[in-house]
Design a protein around this ligand. Structure first.
Ligand SMILES: NC(=O)c1ccc[n+]([C@@H]2O[C@H](COP(=O)([O-])OP(=O)(O)OC[C@H]3O[C@@H](n4cnc5c(N)ncnc54)[C@H](O)[C@@H]3O)[C@@H](O)[C@H]2O)c1
Length: 250
């Protein structure tokens, strides 16, 4: 990862984002941990600094365009560069039949998971296009490639992330910017197991039964894929989505 100097991680305070921030920082990358929750985000930064790495926390709400613009500005003012961005902040939304979901719940999931990725990408792309180089990884999901009964907004948002990723990859390939998507299977994070999680134990049991490896993934296993995609080791990889799912979609 020597080519990678400065990276943004959204949703960096928890789960997959946190694991990615820690892994990148261990390899000498200066990491911008961006999240809504300041206390946990600052704790990730402290953990990185205690281990001898460099990081900063930037408050971010991906539902707000200015906040996403400010993220790139703050990165450039503090670290003077932006090589890679992991647009990963997301919510699971509530579980229920499509007809019962309601407009507000639909819009809130799409606003964070899909439009939030778009809002983050716009200033990142502007900067990376101008410098003629960069890598972006967006978090989709296995739910972005199959129907997910009870989670129509979530599934639609993640299908959308894959479409956005592939389209932007085609637009920016000639400018040296690579854009890929990560598709985690079921991973042990606060989203799937925390006190505010929408996942019932029955959902998790079903997920385990459908995962050929018969276990949930660890956030660190997702981080490895993201770090590789952001590095020059993946220099011919763009417009692709990668399943890190214990064989779920196979
Ligand atoms: N855990 C899984 O099994 C799984 C599976 C497939 C995909 N994913 C995706 O992986 C990503 C990370 O999920 P996780 O499991 O690490 O969850 P998590 O809940 O541990 O982390 C999500 C982070 O996103 C932040 N966030 C939420 N809304 C935000 C907003 N509006 N602005 C800024 N930050 C916001 C939260 O504060 C939190 O720190 C999500 O996009 C999720 O959909 C997770």
């Amino acid at each position: 990862m020597q080519d990678l100097q400065v990276a943004i991680v959204t949703g960096g305070a928890s789960g997959i984002g946190r694991a990615t921030a820690l892994l990148m920082a261990r390899s000498g990358v200066r990491v911008v941990v961006a999240d809504m929750t300041e206390a946990t985000g600052a704790a990730v930064v402290a953990e990185i600094e205690q281990a001898g790495g460099m990081a900063m926390f930037q408050p971010l709400d991906v539902r707000n365009e200015q906040s996403c613009e400010a993220l790139v500005q703050a990165t450039l003012s503090r670290f003077g560069a932006l090589d890679a961005a992991f647009n990963n902040a997301g919510v699971s939304g509530s579980v229920g039949l499509t007809e019962e979901l309601g407009m507000a719940q639909w819009q809130s999931v799409i606003d964070v998971n899909l439009t939030g990725v778009f809002r983050c990408m716009v200033p990142q792309l502007r900067h990376m296009k101008a410098q003629g180089k960069g890598a972006i990884v967006n978090t989709a999901s296995i739910a972005g490639q199959m129907g997910t009964p009870g989670s129509s907004a979530y599934s639609a948002s993640k299908h959308g992330v894959i479409g956005l990723t592939r389209t932007a990859a085609l637009e920016y390939a000639k400018h040296g910017v690579r854009i890929n998507a990560l598709c985690p299977g079921y991973v042990t994070t606060p989203m799937t197991g925390g006190p505010t999680s929408e996942f019932s134990s029955r959902t998790l049991e079903k997920a385990l039964a459908m995962t050929p490896m018969r276990r949930l993934g660890q956030p660190e296993e997702q981080a490895e894929m993201v770090a590789w995609l952001c590095s020059d080791s993946a220099s011919f990889v763009t417009g692709a989505h990668f399943n890190v799912d214990g064989g779920f979609l196979a």
